[in-house]
Design a protein around this ligand. Structure first.
Ligand code: GAL
Length: 404
């Protein structure tokens, strides 16, 4: 996973985003794009599975942004949608925000409705990065720039990509386990581990998985780590839809099949919090061992932060999606203003950024220039860092709640 050098480093934001131009060489916006003007009155945010009212009056010259989120059933996307909506409205844009209930055909429909409503740009977190071609062909025909938000859309019409450094997310999870078990000094001891990865339709999931595997592979090779179930390949450990119940069921099956004889389980590497929730439920209810099992996650979901306080989950990789929305807005404005998209934009983001032109491509040969930032490990020892972002509050019980 080659990456270019870090670009200019700015402010002390906890985490950052990956910003990528994935237009296959066209790194400026279409000429006929509107300038920013005053925001119209707030439109209502539609409930899951509904597009906004197509009759909403277009802001005079303000520009209209279509924001397509995958679902509301995974906690983080509610925040992503809210932050994006807030950022674009505050900057003078009209917005249409939809959540597509994790149904790709619904997301295609939502996006097509946005195009029919005359949006000037699309910001899309794809349910399936390979399944939006119909909608994106429509955007390309209308010369509407598309930002792939958080999850790469594998179609060249997706002009730009904003996300986090997904490979590093996985690396942080793997490295955490290596350090927590002190595998460098394992000697002739072998620690047992299992793995739960994400949704095969989500391009991010393979980056999380590969980053984690690359971090632990040397210890699988030298015998310090052992996957007792033998389930290591991505397809064997993937979790369609990132669903908690699916992760729970597989973890219960692994525990009953391989650990019922008293075999010790030392760690379970989970790619995100929704799957970690299922694995933690299984370990809590079905693992007979007396040791605390190291369980990783990602996103800082409230239920998982509670488990981290209670000690049943060990860490999560936090990604500040408010920062991701700030960078998305700054990039969108640069695109609509016809600016060149490269590392020179970093100062305008006001958030720590790096520049990369190798790690992501939308189709054969089309590399995407990217702005890369490193997310953070959160454990019960640094929960205050989350409170310090202003995006979480800590109750008297020590548990954290998100502020939005
Ligand atoms: C990924 C995202 C992660 C993870 C997952 C579930 O694409 O980058 O934060 O939570 O989706 O929504």
């Amino acid at each position: 996973m080659k990456r270019k050098l870090l670009g200019a480093l700015l402010s002390t934001a906890m985490v950052a985003s990956l910003v990528v131009g994935c237009s296959g060489g066209n790194d400026t916006a279409p000429a006929d794009t509107p300038a920013d003007t005053e925001a119209p009155a707030d439109a209502e945010t539609p409930a899951d599975n509904e597009a906004d009212d197509a009759s909403a009056p277009a802001a005079a010259g303000g520009g209209k942004i279509g924001i397509s989120m995958p679902t509301q059933s995974l906690e983080r996307w509610n925040r992503d949608g809210a932050y994006l909506d807030e950022q674009f409205k505050a900057a003078g844009f009209e917005t249409i925000l939809t959540f597509s209930d994790d149904k790709t055909e619904q997301q295609v429909n939502d996006i097509q409705n946005m195009l029919a409503d005359g949006v000037d740009m699309l910001v899309i977190a794809a349910i399936d990065g390979n399944a939006l071609n119909t909608a994106l062909e429509g955007a390309a025909e209308q010369n509407i720039p598309v930002i792939s938000y958080d999850r790469l859309i594998l179609n060249d019409a997706a002009s730009y990509y904003v996300s986090f450094d997904n490979y590093t997310v996985g690396q942080l999870q793997g490295e955490y386990i290596v350090k927590a078990l002190d595998l460098e000094n394992a000697g002739d001891k072998t620690y047992n581990i299992e793995i739960t990865a994400g949704d095969p339709a989500d391009n991010n999931a393979t980056y999380f998985y590969q980053g984690a595997i690359d971090a632990i592979q040397p210890y699988l090779d030298n015998g310090a780590l052992n996957i007792v179930s033998g389930q290591k390949d991505f397809d064997a450990v993937a979790t369609p839809g990132w669903k908690t119940d699916t992760a729970l069921a597989r973890a219960q099956n692994v525990l009953s099949s391989y650990y019922a004889d008293g075999t010790q389980l030392d760690a379970w590497l989970c790619s995100n919090d929704s799957t970690a929730l299922g694995v933690t439920q299984a370990v809590t209810s079905d693992y007979a061992g007396s040791n605390a099992v190291i369980i990783t996650g990602q996103d800082g979901d409230e239920a998982n932060l509670k488990n981290i306080v209670d000690g049943t989950q060990t860490m999560t990789v936090y990604k500040n999606v408010s920062n991701e929305s700030i960078v998305t807005l700054a990039l969108a404005k640069a695109i609509l203003a016809g600016e060149t998209i490269d590392e020179s934009l970093i100062p305008s983001f006001g958030i720590e950024c790096a520049f990369d032109t190798e790690s992501y491509e939308t189709s054969a040969g089309n590399k995407c220039p990217s702005f890369l930032l490193v997310p953070n490990v959160i454990t019960k020892d640094n929960l205050q860092d989350l409170v310090d972002t202003g995006l979480y509050t800590m109750g008297d019980d020590g548990y954290l709640s998100a502020t939005n």
